[in-house]
Design a protein around this ligand. Structure first.
Ligand SMILES: Cc1cc2nc3c(=O)[nH]c(=O)nc-3n(C[C@H](O)[C@H](O)[C@H](O)COP(=O)(O)OP(=O)(O)OC[C@H]3O[C@@H](n4cnc5c(N)ncnc54)[C@H](O)[C@@H]3O)c2cc1C
Length: 327
């Protein structure tokens, strides 16, 4: 099997990260990308990804690899030898998988990568597949403050590490010490907070790499007070976000000096529909799949929103949701 990488599409708005995976075509024989006897995890050809993402839409991965453990992941990546694109998938709470599927290999970490451990008075380590919420709960129990915001983010530790997930005035970059990463060639490296060059919902985690573990630091606090703050965050979220819907979280980054939801609301788009996709009535910066929406409809709705907001306010919205794969 050979893979050909084409140029990444430039972001139409401002040339920053546009949330796209590299566009590439897998050509030639569709044989397994690595010798099967060299791996212990599960490698599935043409695996549907819809069930792995919150929108419950989109196509299949050419290959889905679920490694047995860290050594398996390293050996798998090493044997790909940089010849095929890799994309890590967390719990898909910030992602549109396009209907044509994802070229190359999608890597999904399982429960063996989901341990969370308190390592000191104010420190924890967590596997990349652990829910961010689990880190918040474990920190609260241990009296580690400053991490409670993670309770409001339904993503994985790998996802928040890459996306610099945040809410209520705090972001992952405020608590991340460093993380262990398997690079696309199988190399195992530790990247510090500074290495990741965090900015708003963005890091420079190398393309195709997989975070396997992250270490966090908070500050001393009272477990009861922290727990109360987490309860407050949870109930506020239930009231203001379509938590039970098929959605992808905040669709657009907040432009400097603006709230995306206010711009969308002002453009008259609350509840606006495009096929089976709809702008949430509850929170205008959330798109929802009302039932049988395709990813094309969901992404198309996002583009309509961008156009109409620009026409109404002159502000260009930039996608926060990652849109990956072939149209
Ligand atoms: C109801 C709802 C509320 C939300 N609220 C917030 C919020 O308040 N604040 C906020 O910041 N976000 C929020 N989100 C968005 C989302 O939860 C975060 O962006 C989260 O960080 C994504 O994690 P994930 O595991 O779902 O990643 P995915 O959506 O699976 O992937 C997102 C990106 O992270 C990469 N990635 C995932 N795992 C790894 C890994 N192990 N190694 C390397 N890269 C990886 C993927 O390749 C992709 O580029 C919300 C989403 C929903 C549905």
């Amino acid at each position: 099997m050979s893979a050909q990488m084409n140029d990444q599409q430039p972001d139409e708005v401002n040339n920053t990260d546009n949330g796209m995976a590299p566009t590439c075509a897998v050509e030639g024989d569709v044989s397994t990308p690595v010798p099967l006897d060299s791996i212990r995890g599960a490698l599935t050809q043409g695996a549907s990804l819809a069930k792995h993402v919150w929108f419950k839409s989109g196509g299949a991965a050419d290959w889905l690899f679920e490694p047995a453990d860290l050594e398996d992941l390293k050996a798998f990546c090493e044997s790909l030898d940089g010849n095929i694109p890799i994309m890590a998938l967390g719990v898909g709470s910030n992602m549109i998988i396009r209907d044509g599927g994802v070229p190359g290999v999608v890597i999904k970490l399982g429960p063996q990568f989901a341990e969370v451990e308190v390592t000191g008075d104010t420190t924890l380590k967590a596997g990349a597949a652990a829910p961010a919420n689990k880190v918040a709960r474990r920190a609260a129990k241990a009296g580690i403050d400053g991490i409670s915001f993670l309770t409001g983010i339904p993503g994985s530790v790998g996802g928040v590490t890459k996306m610099n997930g945040g809410c209520y005035g705090r972001e992952t970059c405020d608590i991340l010490v460093d993380c262990d990463v398997v690079l696309p060639d199988g190399q195992f490296v530790t990247l510090t907070n500074a290495d990741l060059q965090y900015s708003y919902r963005h890091s420079v985690l190398p393309e195709g790499s997989v975070v396997v573990e992250a270490r966090f630091k908070g500050f001393p606090g009272d477990p009861t007070v922290i727990k109360a703050e987490m309860d407050r965050i949870s109930s506020e979220r239930k009231g203001s976000q379509p938590i039970g819907s098929m959605t992808g979280g905040s669709t657009f980054k907040n432009p400097p000096g603006h709230s995306s939801w206010k711009l969308i609301d002002a453009a008259g788009l609350r509840g606006f529909k495009h096929g089976g996709a709809q702008v949430s009535e509850k929170h205008c910066n959330f798109l929802i799949n009302t039932g049988g929406a395709t990813s094309t409809e969901i992404e198309g709705l996002g583009e309509i929103v961008r156009e109409k907001v620009y026409a109404h306010s002159g502000v260009q919205l930039e996608w926060e949701i990652k849109r990956v794969g072939r149209p």
